[in-house]
Write a protein that binds this ligand. Structure first.
Ligand SMILES: Cc1ncc(COP(=O)(O)O)c(C=O)c1O
Length: 455
């Protein structure tokens, strides 16, 4: 056990210590990679050392390293080493985090961390929530609470409002809980990729006139595409006046409220009925670590709690917090441990600095791009995200992604804004340096000029 354990720790330490020296990762050829693992397990066990060597050769290099300081694609996963060790402990002790009876200390740790996150977002003391796999599950869990409280689970004729910049997990969550496409109002965002209050008001009025039941507004606290924050305070006013549930998808951006810059941008966050916030994004935790926060924890409980006979010993103590009563899972891993351990180890100031660093890196990237001819900024740096393109061809942006991938120094992905393909950098990794940003922009610039013949 010790030998295997020490080898595993050595591998992890090497990975954390040297990651920036290697490529940002690789995408394997499907036929080749699938054939490596498409076999029945052996009857007789194999030597763990040989197996680790196989993992080192075939598995670990053949993924994108979302924790690499020059991984700027999608939403990076810049986890920290303490969080990783906490996951090893949670798995090793195999702590059951579903009930107070099964894991009382774990439930207390989770409650403590969730209550801190609620305070951080400006929620009142009645608020609560739950750790879940990620933003997708957080959005789903919040919308189940909304449906239960406002619609008594009857979704017929109920309508939901969100901008065309909203993450697809919201639409999927609505699908899962019984909403049809014609009950979803995906509203055109404004020039800054934010939900338009006028557009929303008009859509609600229109639906009421048709006898439909407007029920929920979903706002973004940091869209995936551009980092845009919807006008949260105005939306909260409108939702309150119309008696709608107000959910904020802050899976990506809400954690930024810890920093001064984020706090300013996220004014109004505290007025939500529910918030999604992913510690596995901008709070630097290992996957899977999302969180759903609800203004009135009792609503979450009434949406999910069921008391089966075989859990009668679980539900005896009224004071006891049973996480299974607040979400979909009964058996749950101890996700809160990694958040607790890393917050305690590094302290809040380190997290605030790390978040602010992310804001600054995207601003630096924007400045560097503006300083080079031919680059157009489609969405300025906000929430550690900047979108831009070179020249007039959509195809060129895709080619630039491919060139960067082939080169291996840094990785970014493309998206579309107002129907135009563009490149996007998401700079939330606290281990990213200014040199990493400048080096990345230099390479992009070089490839763009080579591909277009513009010297
Ligand atoms: C704004 C937003 N919401 C939801 C999600 C989904 O989160 P997850 O992939 O953790 O389920 C993401 C993921 O990037 C996101 O950026």
């Amino acid at each position: 056990m010790r030998q295997l354990g020490y080898r595993v720790v050595d591998l992890l330490v090497d990975h954390f210590a040297n990651i920036e020296r290697g490529p940002v990762g690789a995408k394997a050829d499907p036929a080749q990679m699938i054939s490596l693992f498409d076999h029945d397990p052996p009857e007789a066990g194999r030597d763990p050392n040989e197996l680790l060597a196989q993992l080192e050769r075939d598995v670990f290099p053949n993924n994108l390293h979302v924790d690499h300081p020059r991984f700027f694609a999608f939403v990076p996963g810049p986890n920290n080493f303490v969080s990783t060790m906490a996951d090893a402990l949670a798995a090793g002790f195999n702590i059951f985090n579903g009930t107070w009876l099964g894991g009382s200390a774990a439930a207390a740790v989770e409650l403590g961390v969730v209550r801190w996150l609620c305070r951080m977002c400006g929620f009142p003391t009645a608020a609560g929530g739950l750790f879940v796999s990620g933003g997708s599950m957080a959005n789903l869990t919040a919308l189940v609470a909304a449906r239960h409280f406002l619609l008594q689970d009857r979704v017929a004729d109920a309508t939901v409002y969100f901008s065309d910049q909203t993450h697809s997990s919201v639409e999927r969550a609505l699908r899962v809980i019984g909403f049809l496409p014609d009950q979803m109002r995906k509203l055109e965002s404004d020039n800054n990729f934010r939900l338009s209050i006028q557009g929303l008001r008009a859509a609600i009025t229109d639906d009421r006139a048709k006898g439909l039941r407007p029920f929920c507004v979903i706002a973004n606290a940091g869209t995936t595409n551009t980092g845009a924050v919807d006008p949260l305070s105005e939306l909260a006013d409108l939702a309150a006046a119309e008696k709608l549930w107000f959910h904020i998808d802050g899976a990506f951006g809400a954690a930024a409220v810890l920093s001064e810059r984020g706090r300013e941008m996220l004014r109004g966050l505290e007025r939500a009925d529910s918030i999604s916030l992913d510690p596995h994004k901008w709070l630097f935790q290992s996957f899977e670590c999302g969180c759903v926060l609800v203004r009135d924890a009792a609503l979450l409980k009434s949406a999910f709690q069921i008391k089966p006979d075989y859990l009668r010993d679980v539900h005896r103590g009224l004071e006891e917090f049973n996480p299974c009563d607040y979400g979909v899972q009964l058996t749950r891993s101890f996700r809160a441990l990694k958040v607790w351990l890393s917050l305690q180890t590094f302290g809040l100031a380190a997290f605030r600095r790390a978040i602010t660093h992310g804001f600054e890196l995207a601003e630096l990237a924007e400045r560097e791009l503006r300083a080079r001819p031919g680059w157009e900024i489609l969405s300025p740096a906000q929430m550690a995200t900047v979108c831009f393109r070179f020249g007039n061809s959509d195809e060129l942006q895709t080619q630039l992604v491919d060139e960067m991938m082939k080169d291996g120094f840094a990785l970014l992905t493309s998206t579309e804004l107002s129907g135009r393909a563009c490149l996007r950098l998401c700079t939330i990794n606290p281990r990213t340096t200014e040199e990493d940003i400048v080096g990345t922009v230099n390479r992009l610039d070089k490839f763009a000029r080579e591909l277009t013949g513009r010297g």
